[in-house]
Design a protein around this ligand. Structure first.
Ligand SMILES: Cc1cc2nc3c(=O)[nH]c(=O)nc-3n(C[C@H](O)[C@H](O)[C@H](O)COP(=O)(O)OP(=O)(O)OC[C@H]3O[C@@H](n4cnc5c(N)ncnc54)[C@H](O)[C@@H]3O)c2cc1C
Length: 543
């Protein structure tokens, strides 16, 4: 696969000013990435700009689940569940290194809202809506079986539980890999490039956008046939910036997650804590356990969203009520993260009820907007968005670009078969490299066969985290230490010291590749420290 690095960014900025594009995409979260991949695979000339780092918005702040959404069954939104379950199945094939099957336990209590029988029907329906293609079908467990499976679980009032299948993923990396795939089909993408204005012709129709290269503080005009906004929770901000008199369409809500060491909350499967109307998940992953999420109205600036003491207290109290024996305290929390759901306003009376369906529309100036929806269905949303945009094109373009074909692995080095074979290969190469078996396993889990390429390219001189850094710089357009710690590897979220013990060695990698002066390197380290302090400011408040 082609590189996707800071050098490509430089080339792409030049293409932005010199070229003419079939589609200009504003926003590099999962929806922008999905649209870029879909459109470039159809043969369209694509430009994508992202104001900050790729996936720095909601797409790195989700529960990191690829799921049908068991709770939508309660709202009778069967079509949403069916669509999401079928996309889940596709994502297992598209990105087996980023999307992993996970079993979920749903414990039921005497004072709960739903009994065993009704939940059993729901479970059957969930399997049926996946066309019985789930990695494993659901199981019903008695009281004793549930406690044996999850000894930490509150026993008082427990009726039994159901176990069902869904999946967890690396939300940020899926964005980066989707963009890398789009780039290999010719899309010109750049991070730290903010859309600041719109260029209209004499009929008030869009013919380009002005962007600011945030690193060089320079403006560039990008010209093209059509512009699509995939800025998620920033939709109303962008609308207001582009078009005076814009009418707000979003009803954003905030969601907070906490992270813990796996040893502190050992879970044999994910747990669905559904005592209240709002569901809180406990999600064990390769590197950590995540607890979340909250769901409260958030009318503020999405760039300013943060975790509050009340968010933490709420999530701790739910965890405490389901796992009283674990005696979880705030000191056990490693990190937290907060995100904004770009929900499209409807008449629902609570944030939790607002529909998760996406909206696509083209405004009177010819700009197409997409907002809402779930991460899980991004591939399908992208297909719908490009089809919608094509309505604005000349007939010959519509014919030329009509076929969407994104059902192929996003990284050709990592197909489902090759991913399972990579484990076998590990045994053969472990003797010849300086990594430990555990470190090699980590690389293989995250990169499949591409791990071998990483080792071959950079030799035996680096430890596995440094190899990750080199990979991130050359293949995911990672430009600084903060973006590496926060989105390329889960150091900030998963490690007790947020990975800061590795700062000197990782700093050296960045310093060498980017030829940074000592002062520039220190600036990057300070930016990382500030980020951590801001995200975890609630830890300084006594409670
Ligand atoms: C707490 C929470 C939990 C969730 N959990 C799940 C889950 O487990 N599973 C699931 O399927 N879905 C989940 N979702 C929903 C899912 O995460 C979102 O639907 C999805 O990430 C939205 O992606 P997006 O690309 O539309 O927006 P974003 O990821 O926010 O991307 C928009 C991008 O636009 C950029 N931008 C803004 N202004 C400009 C500008 N002027 N110029 C250029 N770029 C700009 C931003 O920097 C941002 O990167 C969750 C959402 C939240 C908030």
């Amino acid at each position: 696969m082609k590189t996707f690095s800071y050098l490509d960014r430089k080339d792409n900025l030049k293409k932005f000013s010199d070229g003419y594009f079939d589609l200009i995409i504003v926003g590099g979260g999962i929806n922008g990435a999905g649209v870029a991949r879909d459109a470039s695979m159809r043969g369209m000339r694509v430009a994508l700009v992202e104001a900050e780092d790729f996936a720095s918005g909601t797409s790195s702040r989700s529960s990191k689940l690829v799921h049908g959404g068991i709770r939508y069954l309660e709202n009778l939104e069967f079509h949403l569940v069916f669509e999401a379950l079928s996309e889940r199945q596709k994502l297992f094939n598209l990105a087996p290194h980023l999307v992993h099957p996970l079993r979920f336990m749903l414990p039921l209590y005497q004072d709960g809202r739903v009994g065993m029988f009704k939940m059993g029907l729901g479970m059957w329906l969930y399997d049926a809506l996946s066309l019985f293609q789930a990695p494993e079908l659901h199981e019903k467990l008695s009281f004793t079986e549930s406690i044996v499976r999850m000894p930490m679980l509150k026993a008082k009032g427990l009726l039994g539980s159901y176990i069902y299948s869904d999946a967890y993923m690396d939300d940020d990396r899926l964005v980066q890999e989707t963009l890398r795939s789009a780039a290999s089909f010719g899309a010109a993408c750049a991070n730290y490039c903010r859309a600041v204005g719109v260029d209209l012709d004499k009929n008030n129709q869009v013919r380009g956008i002005t962007v600011r290269d945030e690193l060089a503080n320079k403006e560039i005009l990008i010209r093209g046939k059509h512009v699509v906004s995939t800025v998620g929770p920033w939709t109303d901000q962008l609308g207001e910036r582009f078009f005076p008199g814009w009418k707000k369409i979003l009803r954003p809500t905030k969601g907070v997650h906490l992270t813990f060491e796996k040893s502190r909350l050992p879970m044999s499967s994910a747990v669905v804590m559904a005592a209240e109307k709002r569901i809180v998940f406990g999600i064990p992953r390769h590197e950590m356990v995540i607890i979340g999420t909250t769901d409260t109205d958030y009318p503020g600036d999405p760039s300013e969203v943060s975790t509050t003491v009340d968010d933490v207290k709420y999530l701790l109290s739910v965890t405490e009520s389901y796992f009283p024996g674990a005696k979880i305290r705030k000191e056990d929390i490693i990190s937290s993260y907060a995100g904004v759901r770009p929900l499209v306003g409807d008449s629902a009376d609570t944030a939790g009820k607002t529909s998760r369906e996406h909206t696509i529309f083209t405004d009177s100036h010819g700009v197409t907007f997409v907002a809402g929806g779930k991460y899980t269905t991004y591939r399908l949303i992208a297909e719908h968005v490009v089809n919608h945009c094509l309505k604005k094109y000349a007939v010959e373009d519509r014919v030329r670009f009509h076929r969407s074909n994104t059902n192929t692995p996003i990284n050709p080095l990592i197909t489902e078969d090759s991913f399972s074979m990579a484990g076998e290969l590990k045994k053969q190469i472990i003797e010849s490299i300086s990594l430990s078996a555990k470190e090699l396993q980590w690389l293989m889990d995250r990169h499949g066969f591409e791990a071998l390429k990483m080792i071959n390219q950079h030799g035996n001189n680096f430890d596995y985290v440094e190899l990750e850094a080199l990979h991130a710089i050359h293949n995911t357009m990672c430009l600084n230490l903060r973006d590496f710690y926060v989105r390329r590897m889960p150091l900030f979220l998963a490690e007790r010291d947020h990975g800061l013990a590795r700062l000197a060695s990782l700093g050296n990698v960045f310093k060498t590749v980017f030829s940074l002066s000592d002062g520039e390197l220190n600036e990057q380290k300070t930016a990382l420290q500030k980020y951590i302090e801001r995200e975890l400011a609630w830890k300084k408040v006594g409670f």
